[in-house]
Design a protein around this ligand. Sequence first.
Ligand SMILES: C[S@@+](CC[C@H](N)C(=O)[O-])C[C@H]1O[C@@H](n2cnc3c(N)ncnc32)[C@H](O)[C@@H]1O
Length: 243
Amino acid sequence: MTENQQHLEALPGEGKKEKVRNMFNNIAERYDFLNHFLSFGIDYHWRNQVLKIIKAKKPQSILDIATGTGDLAILSSKANPHSIVGIDISEEMLKVGINKVKRKQLDSLIELKQADSEDLPFEDNKFDLAMVAFGVRNFAHLEVGLAEIKRVLKLGGTLIVLEFSHPRKVPMKQLYGFYSNNILPAFGKIISNDSSAYTYLPESVKRFPAYDNFTDIMNTVGFKDTQWRALSAGIASIYTGEK
Ligand SMILES: C[S@@+](CC[C@H](N)C(=O)[O-])C[C@H]1O[C@@H](n2cnc3c(N)ncnc32)[C@H](O)[C@@H]1O
């Protein structure tokens, strides 16, 4: 672990939040390219799996938490909801997202704004569906963030979480370990100019309580009917639960 990472991981909640925000502000302009390039484009497939679940739920109002540059919010428009709101703490990620939404002429449907997942600026029971893609891992206080999401969901509303996990079976476990510890930080550093962002990524994935551990936390927070499904041999997983 680098000094920078140790610093980031050792920080108490608010300090971590500020660091995470700065990190995403720094890489915002290159984030989309890096995302697709470093995942060999598999992230499109993963987001489409989320879209299938969204379509099946037929939500009218959608909240995309940690929306970043808005990819999942934009994709979710294909489920024909009446409104989509995306929130993120990084203003630079949001700027990129707002431009994309305008270019796609979706600005009357999708609103992106700055807010903290742990203190959502919405009334109780507002949304039919909430989703977080590659965001919960970065929350400073995971349970606080999940409880906030539950608060703003309608009764019977759905939470969908897409997050990296660690493949558990040979040979994917070893291959992924090598890729995420060596290749990913090296490319990330060259392309993004921010070495901390892509060394932080594998460390934060390692620390993230994946699979049953995550549904256990969802249960503790009060979500019902929680389920998880591994994607691409466990490189990522989708979690769902209902309020
Ligand atoms: C890896 S990006 C994911 C962005 C997007 N959901 C996607 O799928 O590409 C993680 C995002 O989480 C945001 N984030 C981290 N902590 C947050 C918090 N407490 N509240 C809101 N957003 C947060 C970061 O600013 C960043 O844009």
